[in-house]
Structure formats: C-alpha cells, structure tokens
Design a protein around this ligand. Structure first.
Ligand SMILES: [Zn+2]
Length: 236
C-alpha cells in the first residue's frame, strides 16, 4: 500500500478535482491520500466543509485534514467543528502564509491534544515556537516539505527541521524536495521519521514515490515511509 500524505484537492487546475486525482491515484497505484484545501480565495470554513464532502464521496481513497488560519477569532471553533461534525482527521497550518504568535498556536495544540489529531505544519520562521510546543503537548506533528518549503532546497532549514524531528512526536514529510535532501534527512534521522508526500498538484505523486524507492533502504523500511508511519500517526 502507498499513501500520499500531502495532496491539495479542488480545482483549478482540473487535475486536482477530486475525481481526476482519484483516477491518477489508480493509474499510479496509490491507495490513499491525505487531502487539504486548494482554494486560497475563500474562507477556510468553506474549504473544510468541501474537503469533508469530498471524503464522504471518496471514503476509500481520501483522508481529510482541516485547514485553519490560527490567527482568526473563529479558528478554535472551526477546528472543533471540523473534527466532530465534518470528521476531518487532522489539521494543516500554513505558518509561512499565516505567521502566528505562540499563544494562539497553543489554542490549536490544545484541541489537537484533546481530540488526538495530528498537526501538519508548513513552517515559516517558527522553528523555535514549534520546538516549545512539541515539548509542551503530546501531539503528533508532521513538518511538511522537510521544513524547507516548496523546492527551496534550503539545507539550513532542513538541519533545523531535523533537530525538531529528534522529538518522538515530530515527523518530516518529503514533498517539495529533491532526492539528495530526502537522503540527507534519512541519514540524519531514520526511516521511522519520514513520510512520503507529493504536494500535488505541485508535483506528480509518482515522482515523490520514486525518490523513496531510490533510497538505499530495505523494502520493509521503504514501507515505513510510504505508508506505515502515517498510518501510525493517524492511529488507524
Ligand atoms: Zn502543500
């Protein structure tokens, strides 16, 4: 089984419409995908509801995560509703897009801990804040793009993310990076700490899978990165 842990659903482009990506998954032999929003011009409440409806329609393929702007007054209410009413299984915070003070992040981490959901983070310059939160809360944290951003390939950011991932609850997701950076992360950590994602539609999922297949690892360890680690984080 292969799980793509970072996919944006909702066109345009047409390729990221739910049925079209589901088709691409089939031809790419990808069994499941974690999906978040892909419209940035509408309120998050709209896209969270939309992602929930997509999961309902494609429950075998998709696992939905909420997308919250932690600065908004309604953030905690919306996140609770996303979990309890819309059955979303995690939350994505884009902290480069929405830099957030520690106090407001704590409110999100409180909810994540209470409902046992993972938080996926696209980091801005928040490494210190995340280090504090990873010590304060028992919450699984997925650092998107190995902490480097989307094809920024910044080794200094990767080194900081590797430091964060020494915490037992912190994992690095591989999208937006080339083979050498994924290989670097693997050598600094180990296969239990990496999760394969494509960041579709920014990359074809098979390119991201191929990077993992090329790593010098046993099939059993590749399996951790391609599916077992994320299944454990989702506790299914
Ligand atoms: Zn993304």
């Amino acid at each position: 089984m292969i799980i793509d842990s970072h996919v944006h659903i909702g066109g345009p482009p047409k390729e990221s419409e739910p049925k079209n990506f589901a088709k691409l998954m089939k031809t790419s032999k990808i069994d499941k995908a974690i999906i978040f929003r892909y419209f940035y011009d509408k309120p998050t409440i709209f896209s969270n509801r939309y992602i929930s409806s997509v999961v309902e329609q494609f429950s075998n393929q998709y696992v939905g995560f909420a997308w919250i702007n932690p600065n908004e007054e309604t953030a905690t209410k919306e996140l609770k509703e996303s979990i309890t009413k819309w059955k979303l299984k995690g939350v994505k915070l884009h902290l480069e897009m929405h830099p957030t003070p520690l106090e407001k992040l704590r409110k999100i981490f409180n909810i994540a801990e209470k409902y046992t959901i993972p938080i996926c983070l696209h980091l801005g310059n928040d490494f210190n804040q995340i280090e504090i939160l990873s010590q304060e809360y028992n919450v699984k944290i997925i650092i998107a793009h190995l902490g480097t951003g989307v094809y920024c390939l910044d080794i200094n950011r990767l080194k900081k993310a590797i430091e964060l991932a020494k915490n037992k609850n912190v994992f690095l997701e591989t999208s937006g990076n080339t083979y050498p950076l994924v290989d670097y992360a693997l050598k600094a950590l180990n296969p239990t700490k990496l999760i394969m994602g494509s960041d579709f539609p920014h990359e074809h999922p098979l390119v991201s899978v191929k990077i993992i297949e090329l790593l010098k690892l046993s099939d059993k360890n590749k399996d951790l990165i391609l599916q077992k680690n994320i299944l454990q984080i989702l506790e299914v």
